[in-house]
Design a protein around this ligand. Structure first.
Ligand code: M6R
Length: 590
């Protein structure tokens, strides 16, 4: 998704902007640009389709600058559509979507304005130019009041050298301070390499960077806002060699250890009343986080403590769910900035539900919105594909499920004691990676593949398929093992790869039947199970032995070989698993 940065610095402002943009790269983008404002009031722009590195060149002078990484929504990736956009005395960068831009543009065209891009964002800078009567922040407030949709904006005005105005509604924004420099930025991880102190900016607020960071409400009244020191775990990661995704898979055991330590130190008392009295539990998330939510629903359904409804955030928002004040709503999001998940949580809050968030980014929008936040502590995740955050999300959700069972029934489920074994067992899973690497080499030319799993193995099948689609750009689908013959079996032909996950003893035979059916139609079959017996009796061509843990916890482990497989397949197919085509790490628009 688009990322914005604004920087005030007497020294090396251009270099600081470029290094901040490089830290925003992981969000996914297709073009980038900067604009610097000199002390004499000259705006100078450099913007290009493609990588941030395309902006390198002779430093642009100026003590205030804004920058942008663009993920195209309105208009194709091109130099013209790249931000910043300029009009009159203003330069602007924008993250978000302006839903009423067509009507606003129409109005501006009638007045004779000429547009240089196809973007929705360019209308904002034109409106600013019209609204300006000498008051920089006042003009920004006036324009924002006319915008429908979402935005995080950073703006330069030629009359105000050394200043940046910013605004936020529905898209993330944080302010930061370092020795000799002040910042506004789209996200905390990207800012942490630059800033020493952070200050959140809430929806509807405005920021003015000059000699200090000042925050204002919609009426122009200054708000007191304190800064917190950047914590070491908030600092963005780097890898010496290989890809971030490989490094992040290798970090799963450590992430699980850190997550568990954090959970054990968390006081759940503030949510005891809500959990004890919960009539229904709702859980909403997107993508990988949604698959973790499905496993949460499975583990809770098994304990039969109350009704659990799990849905993707984008569906939840528009399904008029029967959620109310006796319910608990759990929102799961690595970034804590996913637009649909935030909106789903806001909807649940407006209905009076008690909100629990599970996020990996401290001070994210979600962590500030919820009544009770559970920090994942998986460490920064830079690769677009979620890996260690998924394992950590599952651990948090299972821990939360155990708390819920305790508050409802007075005792913890038996498997809670085995959570502490997960980091070690995750390490043991690395023993499967040689086999997965060989499989990736064998399947390099496959046209697509299926992942099957019943019950608790089904979300893992979905996640394995998502990883392959996302980073190896191959058609892949996850199915409940019993569902294939209701249509999708038609796609199976000679050599078509079918993975099956089988970790539930009561269902070994059923999953084996599904494998036998696809093998009989020529499929190349791969079975993953912890049971030596299930593997030895299987007809599968390739058998992968998983480490042992008690049954409900398998989703945390059985996904690891699939994450690694997808990563190897991506690399062998000549792709960059860290930056998959068309995708963004943090999906901050609906
Ligand atoms: O930051 P979030 O957990 O809210 O992100 C949700 C999805 O966009 C994310 O999990 C996405 O599906 C991953 N890139 C998949 O690997």
């Amino acid at each position: 998704m688009c990322g914005i940065i604004g920087c005030i610095s007497r020294e090396n402002c251009y270099e600081k902007l470029l290094s901040s943009l490089a830290r925003l790269e992981y969000r996914g983008y297709d073009s980038a640009g900067v604009c610097l404002l000199s002390d004499s009031g000259t705006l100078r722009v450099r913007k290009k389709k493609g990588y941030v590195s395309n902006l390198a060149g002779k430093p642009i002078p100026g003590g205030a600058g804004i920058g942008h990484t663009r993920w195209a929504t309105h208009g194709k990736p091109s130099d013209e559509n790249a931000h910043p956009h300029l009009c009159g005395k203003f330069a602007l960068v924008h993250n978000g979507i302006i839903e009423n831009y067509a009507a606003l543009k129409e109005e501006l065209l009638v007045q004779g304005d000429v547009f240089l891009s196809e973007t929705d964002s360019e209308v904002i800078v034109h409106l600013l130019s019209h609204a300006y009567r000498g008051d920089f922040l006042g003009a920004l407030r006036e324009v924002c009041a006319r915008l429908c949709g979402s935005y995080a904006l950073a703006v330069l005005c030629a009359d105000y050298p050394g200043q940046i105005a910013a605004a936020r509604r529905g898209s993330p924004l944080v302010a930061g301070a370092a020795k000799g420099a002040l910042y506004v930025c789209s996200d905390v991880p990207a800012l942490c390499g630059e800033a020493e102190f952070l200050c959140p900016v809430e929806d509807g607020e405005f920021v003015l960077l000059s000699d200090a960071v000042r925050v204002f409400d919609g009426q122009g009244r200054q708000i007191e806002r304190s800064f917190t020191r950047v914590k070491s775990e908030q600092r963005a990661a780097s890898v010496a060699e290989g890809t971030f995704m490989q490094a992040e898979i290798a970090q799963v055991p450590r992430a699980l250890r850190d997550t568990l330590e954090g959970l054990e130190g968390t006081d759940f008392a503030p949510c005891a009343r809500a959990l004890r009295g919960a009539k229904r539990i709702w859980c909403a998330a997107c993508g990988t986080a949604y698959h973790a939510a499905l496993s949460f629903a499975d583990v809770l359904a098994e304990k039969g403590v109350c009704d659990v409804f799990c849905t993707t955030s984008s569906e939840f928002r528009y399904k008029t769910p029967l959620i109310g004040a006796e319910d608990v709503f759990v929102a799961v999001s690595q970034s804590g900035e996913t637009a649909d998940t935030l909106e789903a949580a806001r909807l649940a809050k407006s209905r009076g539900a008690f909100l629990i968030g599970i996020t990996n980014v401290a001070d994210s929008s979600l962590s500030r919105l919820v009544h009770f936040n559970i920090a994942m502590r998986a460490g920064p995740e830079i690769a677009v594909a979620a890996t260690k955050s998924y394992n950590a999300q599952l651990l948090c959700l299972f821990y939360l499920a155990a708390q819920l069972v305790f508050f409802k029934k007075g005792s913890f489920p038996l498997w809670k004691g085995e959570l502490r074994l997960l980091p070690e067992r995750a390490e043991e899973c690395f023993g499967t990676f040689g086999q997965m690497s060989a499989l990736a080499a064998k399947l390099i030319s496959a046209k697509g593949m299926f992942f099957l799993g019943r019950n608790a193995d089904f979300p893992t099948a979905l996640e394995g398929a998502l990883k392959v689609r996302e980073i190896a750009c191959l058609f892949a689908e996850g199915y409940p093992a019993g569902e294939l013959k209701h249509g999708s079996l038609a796609l199976v032909e000679e050599g078509f790869p079918v993975f099956a996950l089988s970790t539930r003893e009561a269902l070994f035979a059923k999953t084996e039947n599904a494998l036998a059916e696809v093998r009989a139609r020529g499929a190349y079959t791969i079975l993953l199970s912890q049971s030596e017996q299930a593997l030895s009796q299987s007809c599968a061509h390739c058998k992968v032995l998983l480490p042992k843990i008690c049954a409900p916890l398998y989703p945390v482990l059985s996904v690891l070989p699939l994450q690694y497989f997808a990563c190897r397949l991506s690399l062998l197919r000549g792709m960059d698993p860290d930056k998959p085509r068309n995708l963004a790490k943090s999906v901050t628009v609906e």
